[in-house]
Design a protein around this ligand. Structure first.
Ligand SMILES: [Zn+2]
Length: 60
């Protein structure tokens, strides 16, 4: 009796947002802009110049 099976579980969806990040010009390494506090960061992996780009990253 009763339909207790109708409860909907909250769907855990990941949220993505366009964010400004520093992307390495040589490898796949990147870092969110808010964690970078220098004018021209270099890649921690390969020491290359990093470029400011907009990336669709997971925020939740
Ligand atoms: Zn790199």
């Amino acid at each position: 009796m009763g339909n207790f099976g109708s409860w909907k579980k909250p769907v855990s969806e990941h949220v993505y947002a366009e964010s400004v990040v520093w992307q390495c010009s040589k490898c796949v390494c990147w870092s969110r802009e808010e964690f970078v506090h220098v004018q021209q960061p270099v890649c921690p992996m390969c020491d290359s110049e990093m470029n400011r780009v907009t990336k669709n990253i997971r925020v939740e």
